[in-house]
Design a protein around this ligand. Structure first.
Ligand SMILES: Cc1cc2nc3c(=O)[nH]c(=O)nc-3n(C[C@H](O)[C@H](O)[C@H](O)COP(=O)(O)OP(=O)(O)OC[C@H]3O[C@@H](n4cnc5c(N)ncnc54)[C@H](O)[C@@H]3O)c2cc1C
Length: 385
């Protein structure tokens, strides 16, 4: 067991941090946050400059061809150095829930059609499963895809779709076998969001991560050719979705580990410089111990994430590791963002001091990619409970 980064991982980490510092990506984040504005030009710049959106995609399809653990180190660096959490979320969701499953399951034709533009950030990717009546309970998805000659006709509504309002391509999951069990009820389709019959809803007004465009996608008699079936096979939609979720629960939450490091460093700096009662506030054990808890959470979260990432291309099923990572890192990010704000005192409550936004941005981590409660259900099931 070796806990050190390889030379390649060190170089990637430095490259990502340097890019974030020199590209102006951290300028104007508060203004964008207030306006709820998705910085599409920056999304594209990240694709051109770093190809983060295609980290694990083979070079022949326009990606960087990195192994999962190295890619995860890169995403952690991105969450550390990029202060626009909404942009981090948009990039990670795009990579992990669109580029990765298309690369894994897509036919050669599908990969050639979409991966080069996805990897370069020229197209924005979506992954749409959730519906108004089906969130945690994926088995109650109601969108239908009915075979009609050589085509499928899709009807239904997807909601809470990350990147939806700005999206170009991605996956949508619909029922093709209503009588079948969950394992074979659903089929994934690779969609171009400009297909007639698809309507992108407006961007939701979010509590946090306000620079991510999230919204509804409505499908009304959307006609897709059979070649749009993701992976070329009916009935494997649930497996495709779960594969994407395993990656998202590890990769997106690796970015959150990076954010936890940034917040911990920020809390240390504040506790060393803010003076009350004639000394730095960090000299009070109550404050120091809070930061120690932040540090221990950070290191634990990182170990769990790296361990899960190291199994992504080796273990047949990493679902329990992915759920443990998602649950622990998601809850830890919220706790760390709250501790960070507390150390800033009253100033932390002001939007302009930079401690309030991380707390707002963190809350969603216990909800998206499956809630904390659902992760516990998955872990319990793996334990035979
Ligand atoms: C910012 C954001 C981005 C998102 N992006 C996407 C996306 O790109 N694509 C997509 O498909 N979806 C996306 N989602 C949707 C997300 O996956 C769902 O919100 C999540 O799965 C929960 O579903 P729900 O909101 O319908 O809550 P519900 O399923 O209605 O759950 C409500 C509450 O009940 C609890 N609960 C429900 N069932 C159980 C149970 N069996 N045991 C214990 N507790 C239970 C839940 O944990 C939760 O606390 C996103 C959500 C957010 C907030």
């Amino acid at each position: 067991m070796n806990f050190d980064h390889t030379d390649q991982q060190k170089a990637l980490r430095e490259e990502v941090i340097e890019f974030c510092r020199s590209s102006g990506i951290n300028d104007g984040v508060d203004e964008r946050d207030r306006a709820g504005e998705f910085p599409r030009a920056l999304f594209e710049e990240i694709g051109e400059g770093l190809r983060l959106q295609g980290l694990t995609v083979p070079e022949e399809y326009g990606g960087r061809g990195l192994d999962p653990l190295t890619a995860i180190v890169g995403l952690e660096a991105f969450g550390y150095a990029c202060e626009d959490s909404g942009l981090v979320f948009a990039v990670c969701a795009h990579l992990l829930a669109t580029s990765v499953p298309v690369n894994e399951f897509g036919t050669d034709e599908q990969k050639r059609a979409v991966l080069p533009d996805l990897c370069r950030g020229k197209k924005v990717g979506v992954n749409s499963m959730t519906e108004p009546g089906a969130g945690s309970d994926v088995g109650s998805v109601a969108m239908t895809a009915v075979r009609d000659g050589d085509d499928y006709v899709l009807n239904g509504t997807k909601t809470l779709v990350t990147n939806g309002p700005a999206g170009d391509v991605g996956s949508v999951f619909a029922v093709t076998a209503p009588e079948a069990g969950l394992q074979s009820r659903l089929t994934g389709f690779l969609i171009d969001l400009d297909t007639p019959g698809i309507t992108r809803g407006p961007q939701f007004d979010l509590l946090g991560k306000r620079t991510t465009p999230v919204g509804e996608l409505e499908f009304k008699d959307v006609r897709l050719p059979a070649s749009a079936v993701l992976g070329g096979r009916e009935g494997i939609g649930f497996a495709v979705f779960n594969h994407a979720m395993n990656w998202e629960r590890i990769g997106l939450f690796a970015a959150h580990v990076g954010t936890m490091q940034r917040l911990t460093e920020s809390a240390v700096a504040r506790a060393r410089t803010r003076r009350q009662f004639g000394q730095p506030i960090g000299k009070n054990q109550a404050v120091a111990h809070t930061i120690v808890d932040m540090k221990v959470r950070l290191e634990t979260a990182r170990l769990l994430t790296y361990k899960a990432a190291s199994r992504l291309d080796k273990a047949r099923d990493v679902a329990m590791d992915a759920s443990m990572t998602k649950y622990y890192v998601g809850e830890s990010l919220v706790a760390t963002a709250r501790d960070h704000l507390q150390i800033f005192g009253g100033a932390g409550f002001l939007n302009e001091t930079g401690a309030a936004r991380p707390l707002r941005d963190s809350i969603g981590a216990t909800l998206y990619s499956g809630t904390s409660e659902i992760q516990k259900n998955i872990i319990a099931a793996w334990l035979g409970l």
